[in-house]
Design a binder for this molecule. Structure first.
Ligand code: AVI
Length: 356
């Protein structure tokens, strides 16, 4: 394994070659992989490292000791959580992925014509990179940039893609999308198409979503754009079931968060003490997920503790649902123009393209 210090970044990282030959930056503070890219004949260092995050332990302690306890939904995505999420997308109740895939399959050529070919496809929350890969044919990107908080998970996905598309320039970045997006110099400037599928925008508050979209707009030249999937408002029973499925996969996904908190914080959560709760609140137009204490539970961690009364909850996720016209208006407000939307017959879900 070769190792080399990166110069001058806001966070110290080292560049290593892993066993598969991919380049990986590892954060010096946690040792976690931060960015991976496919090896190229013309090797250039990835000069980007994620901004110094507020220490995860501080963030978790603050959430767990808040009067209404909360844990950020970004902690769902450890290797097991990422796989559980993948299983969620295959559930009969979780229509989002299926409908979105159908829209891409049915309108792919139109989407390709609207978004334009070539350029750089920047896949935000890439996961297993499957969704972007399905668009490679119609978008024919020159460069593919996969961004996800779980860089470990990206590494495997990218390995496969490198073999299938050897001439495509590929880069993987481990970044927390809740923080301002930092793109390294290796990401080409012209014709950037930000791809944000899966209605992940719904996991931000509407205010955060607007800021996030404004930030993306600011990182595009005029020939750039945005291709985004958005879940739309619909009947409560449909939404309730999508986040509380009969097999209990979403419950496992939610509960696994506690295992992840234990790993990071050294806390004493026992998943048996907690119950999955999920429901659509039409007033706030969002599905809320919580973990509810089954009994009085005392949780400890180095330097702290909290007693949760029976029935008390930890808020773990919001998933906002939009009306199409409201989302289009948001895109216009942050500077996008020429918005095109594709939806399914029931208008449950929309894919939108907007020009920067
Ligand atoms: C990733 N995100 C868009 C999912 C959602 O629908 O909000 C996360 C999820 N939570 C429970 N099920 C799926």
């Amino acid at each position: 394994m070769t190792s080399k210090q990166l110069q001058g970044g806001p966070i110290a990282a080292r560049l290593e070659r892993d066993d598969g030959g991919a380049l990986t930056t590892r954060r010096r503070d946690t040792g976690a992989p931060a960015a991976i890219r496919s090896p190229e004949p013309h090797e250039r260092e990835v000069s980007c490292a994620p901004p110094q995050a507020v220490d995860a332990r501080d963030e978790l302690r603050a959430g767990l000791t808040a009067p209404a306890a909360f844990v950020s939904s970004k902690y769902f995505y450890d290797p097991l959580g990422s796989r559980l999420f993948d299983a969620i997308t295959r559930l009969p109740e979780y229509y989002l992925t299926r409908i979105e895939t159908g829209i891409f399959a049915r309108h792919g050529h139109d989407i390709g014509r609207t978004a334009g070919r070539g350029g750089t496809l920047i896949d935000l929350g890439a996961g297993n990179c499957e969704k972007a890969q399905r668009l490679f044919g119609v978008l024919q990107p020159q460069q593919y940039v996969a961004v996800d908080i779980s860089a470990e998970y990206l590494r495997d996905a990218l390995k496969g893609l490198r073999f299938l598309y050897p001439s495509m320039d590929m880069l993987a970045l481990g970044q927390d999308l809740a923080k301002p997006l930092l793109l390294p110099d290796a990401v080409r400037r012209g014709k950037r198409l930000f791809f944000y599928p899966g209605s992940s925008i719904g996991n931000f508050t509407p205010e955060q979503a607007e800021d996030f979209l404004r930030g993306l707009h600011g990182q595009c030249s005029e020939d750039g754009g945005l291709l985004i999937g958005v879940d739309l408002v619909k009947d409560k029973p449909v939404l309730d079931a999508a986040y509380d499925d009969a097999l209990g996969v979403t419950a496992a996904f939610n509960l696994n968060l506690l295992n992840q908190v234990n790993v990071i914080l050294g806390s004493s959560f026992d998943v048996n003490d907690w119950q999955h709760r999920a429901f659509f609140d039409p007033r706030l137009s969002r599905v809320e997920m919580h973990l509810q204490a089954r009994r009085t539970v005392r949780v400890t961690w180095p330097g702290g503790a909290r007693t949760f009364e029976a029935g008390e909850r930890i808020h773990t996720e919001n998933s906002y649902k939009y009306r199409l016209a409201d989302f289009e208006a948001m895109l216009s407000r942050v500077g996008y123009s020429a918005v095109t939307a594709w939806t399914d017959e029931r208008q449950w879900y929309a894919v939108l393209h907007a020009r920067a």
